[in-house]
Design a protein around this ligand. Structure first.
Ligand SMILES: [Zn+2]
Length: 572
């Protein structure tokens, strides 16, 4: 892109973001941001930007949007629209908001992570704030390298840009220092009770004998823990909380425990690992997090985390909660998804029936749809609710509709012979209104394939139209089920059914996977995946892998394979 194009692009972007009015300053800085080497030609840059701003400001907002979509569709995000739909964030100040994406890299990223991540990101952006990507990776037995990458990839796919990245496991020495501070303040003690004993006493609200230990004793035992004198499960560092608290998490929870398992990032260097609440409390402080947006099942932990921070003189963030993101028939729990895998019903974590980001992407759901769904569907309430896939599909369909190519596909095909039909060459548009998508030329004779469901009801005497092509009257049916028809001209006729068709000589074999929900009434749905076979027109071969096309009167389908015409149906 040359300087003029660059200037036009950023002027359009600035205008679209500001109600149709572009400003010179930000446009210049955007140009220089993208191409720093232009700094030496600042006069030219300024002239080009001025001209572009003037030109763009004469256009209507609609024109600006359209042109930007041609020029740089990736920039055309509905920032303002998105922000208007979000309720204001309590206690938020422009420029001072800090949020975080806190994934535990112990499994693949799923729709719940996506929605929660989006809220944290959109709010940070709405208030010109900052956002961290912070991996909560202090359970070495659970975390795996591939999962870190799954989250990075997933967030990027959703259009989430983070400002900083770190791992909790980077801060082990710091965690140890804060632990020692708590011990010295008499607020933490080393407990060597067996696990069952701890469980029993916590349930009963009684302290164990170790709670009364002196500070020196605790310091000594803590260093013993660090130096390897205890085996796994033999000692924990516990918070001196409130054994009588109604909130169970406050009853002297463990802050550190010993885990003899190498960590994917730090190897065997550490074996005393902080538990979730301790690590999060410290990290939210270190990252200066101001707002925590998360699902309500974490709510009982707020009190504990705030208490830990108060003992260490740290400030608490503002918590905003919403109900957990669950979709009907599609659990996000690893245990229940693994059950589906083990039953041989799904082949991997990227199965298009899975709520994992990889699964959803394969199914043909667009990141824009998830963004819009998140903004419009998540209310800040504790009430448990189950989302319905159909709502997400409706948004996805609306976004896809103007940009997906229309193609002919005949599932469970039946042959159709139209006697008297002339040989034709027709141009068929890929979209009824979006001319940019172009058209394809199809040559026809007298033999076609049509969908089995269309052939089913055909009775002699009834009249049909092959879309864009010709009309015919049904004459009869062959012994093998093929339909025999008679050519009735090409001019469209009123009130006759219009069906899709594929010339026999142009037909290619197409397979479509149709996913359904994984669970029905808590039982694994054994028929959650159907495969439909049929013929597509030759142009189906031109659909690229990952492209989502609409098979007319069948549904939106994403091509899943390079080597064969295998598609996955997203929805009708
Ligand atoms: Zn004890």
């Amino acid at each position: 892109m040359d300087l003029e194009g660059l200037a036009l692009k950023w002027a359009l972007k600035n205008a679209v973001d500001h109600d149709g009015k572009a400003m010179l300053g930000p446009v210049i800085s955007k140009i220089l941001g993208e191409k720093p080497e232009l700094r030496s030609r600042i006069k030219e840059v300024r002239d080009a930007a001025e001209e572009a701003v003037e030109r763009v400001n004469r256009m209507s907002l609609e024109e600006q949007r359209r042109l930007l979509e041609d020029l740089a569709p990736e920039l055309l995000e509905a920032k303002k629209v998105e922000e208007k739909k979000l309720p204001p964030l309590p206690g938020a100040e422009k420029g001072k908001v800090v949020t975080r994406l806190p994934p535990e890299p112990s499994g693949y990223m799923h729709i719940g992570h996506a929605m929660s991540g989006l809220l944290n990101y959109l709010y940070a952006r709405m208030y010109d704030g900052r956002i961290w990507l912070r991996f909560e990776d202090t359970d070495p037995r659970k975390v795996k390298p591939e999962y870190y990458e799954s989250f990075r990839r997933g967030y990027r796919w959703l259009g989430i840009e983070w400002d900083y990245e770190k791992n909790n496991s980077d801060d082990m020495e710091l965690f140890y220092r804060y632990a020692e501070e708590l011990i010295r303040a008499g607020k933490a003690y080393v407990c060597t009770c067996p696990v069952e004993e701890v469980r029993r006493l916590r349930a009963a609200g009684e302290p164990c004998e170790h709670r009364g230990q002196g500070i020196d004793e605790n310091l000594y035992l803590w260093h013993e823990m660090l130096s390897g004198a205890f085996g796994e499960g033999e000692a924990t560092l516990r918070l001196a909380g409130d054994m009588r608290s109604k909130n169970m998490t406050m009853r002297d929870p463990a802050l550190f425990r010993i885990i003899d398992h190498p960590h994917p990032l730090t190897g065997t260097r550490y074996r005393v690992w902080p538990l979730y609440d301790f690590a999060v409390s410290i990290e939210d402080h270190l990252c200066s997090v101001t707002h925590v947006l998360r699902t309500s099942e974490f709510a009982p932990r707020d009190e504990l985390q705030n208490y830990i921070r108060s003992l260490l003189g740290m400030r608490n963030p503002i918590y905003i909660e919403y109900s957990r993101f669950e979709f009907k028939g599609t659990p996000v729990s690893k245990r229940r998804l693994r059950a589906v895998l083990e039953a041989g019903i799904a082949s991997g974590w990227d199965d298009p029936r899975f709520p994992t980001i990889e699964g959803i992407r394969r199914r043909g759901i667009l990141p824009e749809a998830i963004r819009e769904f998140t903004i419009t569907q998540t209310g800040f309430s504790y009430a448990k609710r189950e989302y319905d896939w159909s709502l997400l599909f409706a948004i996805n369909r609306r976004i896809l509709d103007p940009r997906a190519r229309r193609l002919f596909f005949a599932p469970n095909p039946v042959r159709l012979l139209v006697e008297g039909a002339p040989s034709l060459r027709v141009n068929v548009p890929y979209h009824p209104s979006n001319e940019k998508l172009g058209s394809r030329r199809i040559e026809t004779g007298q033999e076609f394939y049509i969908a089995g469901s269309d052939a089913e009801g055909m009775k002699p005497g009834s009249i049909y139209r092959l879309k864009y092509l010709l009309n015919f009257e049904v004459v009869g049916r062959e012994a093998d089920g093929a339909i025999r028809g008679r050519f009735l001209g090409r001019e469209p006729m009123k009130d006759i059914p219009i069906i899709q068709w594929i010339p026999v000589r142009d037909a290619v074999e197409v397979k479509v996977m149709i996913p359904d929900v994984l669970y029905l009434d808590d039982e694994i749905n054994p028929e959650s995946l159907k495969i439909v076979e049929g013929f597509g027109e030759g142009a189906v071969e031109g659909v690229k892998v990952d492209e989502i096309a609409q098979f007319e009167r069948f549904g939106f389908c994403r091509r899943d394979s390079e080597s064969e015409l295998l598609f996955i149906k997203a929805h009708d």
